[in-house]
Design a protein around this ligand. Structure first.
Ligand code: KIV
Length: 264
């Protein structure tokens, strides 16, 4: 069995077929996701919080990401694998090239994800010109939580909404092949998803994105503390982890998730 390719994911967007994405950090869950029909696994730096018990994603290192990516890759044969570049692992172009190459060569990632807008254009151009597929990440940027002043919805005002849209266009022009939009108003996410030709994956960004992603522990209802408004406890309805993940895939694919309650 070969892994899902970027071409297949682009075709899904063109054919208006929704893309189901979940995070995973180990081999067992990677296997469960694959069996349930998930399209993409994101080895998110959210592992800092849900696996390591840190207060934010900031303490996560490139070695942590390589370790978890390799475990996830071993657990599946078909999933498309995206890995987060952690905080300050892409502070300049040389460092980004070195660390992205490690995530791909040692971890087995097919794509790396970076948080930020137009300021990353040169860096994304350098990565993509060397054959490293890049997923952008706009809206709420967890690696910038202290600068943003908390985990807050972004793009509510016209000026910030315009900036996110322009950033999205710049990232696509720089060569990004996918975009994650986190915690932005659904109306803005719809405009961005329609403006870009690359797949736009939303988390707290409404139902009109090309796909949806959730943090696995949130959608299983086992994250410590309050579950974010944009998530949903699929395990509470299913009572069985594989069934909960299959139900998530079904709800994303047929447009039942997210509902108005889970968007801004
Ligand atoms: O780290 C992560 O899990 C993420 C998702 C929240 C999109 O970046």
């Amino acid at each position: 069995m070969s892994r899902t390719s970027l071409n297949q994911l682009r075709k899904m967007k063109a054919e208006h077929k929704k893309i189901a994405v979940l995070t995973a950090y180990d081999s067992s869950f990677s296997h469960v996701l694959e069996q349930a029909g998930v399209d993409i696994v994101l080895v998110g730096d959210s592992l800092g919080m849900v696996i390591q018990g840190q207060e934010s994603t900031l303490p996560v290192t490139i070695d942590h990401m390589i370790y978890h990516t390799a475990n996830v890759v071993r657990g599946s044969e078909r999933l498309f694998v995206i890995t987060d570049m952690p905080f300050m692992s892409y502070a300049n172009i040389d460092q980004a090239l070195h660390n992205a190459a490690r995530l791909m060569a040692e971890g087995g990632a097919q794509m790396v994800k970076l948080e930020g807008g137009a300021e990353l254009v040169d860096l994304i151009t350098a990565l993509t010109q060397r054959g490293i597929p890049v997923c952008g990440h706009l809206g709420l940027l967890p690696q910038s939580v202290h600068k943003l002043g908390g985990y807050l919805v972004q793009g509510r005002e016209q000026s910030t909404a315009d900036k996110i849209l322009q950033d999205a266009i710049s990232l696509e022009k720089a060569g990004a092949d996918m975009l994650v939009l986190e915690c932005v108003p659904a109306a803005l996410a719809k405009i961005i998803s329609e403006a870009l030709t690359i797949p736009v994956i939303g988390i707290g960004a409404g139902a009109d994105c090309d796909g949806q992603v959730l943090v696995l522990h949130d959608m299983l209802g086992i994250t410590a503390g309050k579950r974010p408004r944009f998530s949903y406890d699929f395990l509470a309805d299913s009572g069985h982890i594989p069934a909960a993940i299959s139900r998530y895939v079904e709800a994303v694919k047929n447009g039942e998730f997210p509902t108005a309650e889970q968007q801004y």
